[in-house]
Design a protein around this ligand. Structure first.
Ligand SMILES: Cc1cc2nc3c(=O)[nH]c(=O)nc-3n(C[C@H](O)[C@H](O)[C@H](O)COP(=O)(O)OP(=O)(O)OC[C@H]3O[C@@H](n4cnc5c(N)ncnc54)[C@H](O)[C@@H]3O)c2cc1C
Ligand code: FES
Length: 280
């Protein structure tokens, strides 16, 4: 049996600085051993533990899509010890990836339905994975309308700006990009908080599932908007970010009631969360 704590060695093939403050970078990682790539078979919504030698391991959502072959992508916010060291690494450096971990968005339930994606800030990572996955020619016919509301504090804080511009041009996805504020006279998208833009742009919840990822305050104010639109709590899907260590349901670091966020989540329906103690 393989040791579940052993990371796969990977090489950093590319680094993109996403935001103008330099605090968010996307790392493109390539497996040193192609067998490991085959074993790392993931579904959008899952995460992995990234390890930096001698510094530690951190849970990070997988930002690439399984339809993108040959590499993994992770977008990392520089906040503390491990993320700071990761940000100082260079192309060609080696590190580790352990996973894939956790559960995923409910793709079987989403098939044949309208899909609404609501994201804020840097939590958009697994939503990027989901959008790329759904727009793949083999997958797009499986979903009805796809609507995305994505917001950041300012235009400079939006992730994946080239891809957002491409998706804006397509007619098989409805994009509503927004920023809290800007003094850019050329800004052509929305200005306003994500919950308010969601309320303006969505008209109903007919046959739709909503996936919501963002800072707790955005989630708190988006939830009643979706409920008012008619989304039952079973069809509001959230992804939680708790402190984690093992990532595989052994250390007991991340539990809410009897649920381990690393193993039973990080994706939960709002209906399921309402049954759990309010510790998240
Ligand atoms: C399932 C999951 C997916 C995640 N996906 C991403 C992602 O895609 N991109 C990303 O940048 N971050 C993501 N995070 C958060 C990321 O794991 C933490 O920011 C990281 O572990 C911090 O490590 P550090 O050593 O740099 O910080 P530390 O030195 O350990 O701490 C620095 C600061 O960050 C806070 N912090 C540490 N861990 C967490 C955490 N798990 N959640 C919230 N705050 C934390 C601490 O309270 C402290 O204020 C995710 C977390 C989880 C559980
Ligand atoms: S992180 Fe160890 S049980 Fe979840």
């Amino acid at each position: 049996m393989e040791n579940p704590y052993l990371p796969y060695p990977v090489r950093i093939e590319g680094i993109v600085t996403e935001t103008e403050d330099g605090n968010l970078k996307t790392f493109k990682l390539v497996f040193l051993n192609p067998e490991h790539e085959k074993k790392f078979s993931y579904i959008p919504g899952q995460f992995a533990e990234l390890s930096v030698a001698g510094k530690g391991e951190i849970p990070i959502g997988i930002a690439s899509s399984p339809t993108e072959k040959g590499f993994l992508k992770f977008t990392v916010n520089r906040v503390g010890l491990v993320t700071k060291h990761l940000h100082n690494m260079k192309e060609g450096d080696l590190m580790g990836v352990r996973g894939p971990l956790g559960n995923w968005y409910p793709w079987e339930e989403m098939e044949g339905r309208n899909v609404v994606i609501v994201g804020g800030g840097f939590a958009f990572t697994t939503l990027r994975s989901s959008i790329i996955y759904m727009l793949h020619p083999e997958n797009r016919p499986k979903f009805k309308d796809i609507t995305v509301v994505y917001g950041a504090r300012s235009p400079e804080m939006l992730l994946y700006r080239d891809e957002l511009a491409d998706w804006e041009q397509r007619d098989d996805i409805h994009m509503h990009i927004t920023v809290d504020a800007t003094d850019d006279p050329d800004w052509k998208y929305n200005i306003g908080f994500v919950p308010a833009v969601t309320e303006q742009k969505l008209t109903n919840a007919d046959d739709a599932i909503a996936i919501v990822c963002g800072p707790p305050i955005m989630i708190r104010f988006t939830q009643p908007v979706l409920e008012k639109l008619g989304f039952p709590s079973e069809r509001i899907i959230l992804s939680l970010e708790m402190r984690m260590k093992c990532g595989i349901g052994i250390c007991g670091r991340c539990n809410i009631g009897d649920q381990y966020v690393c193993k039973d989540g990080p994706v939960f329906s709002l209906a399921r969360l309402k049954e759990l103690p309010n510790e998240y």
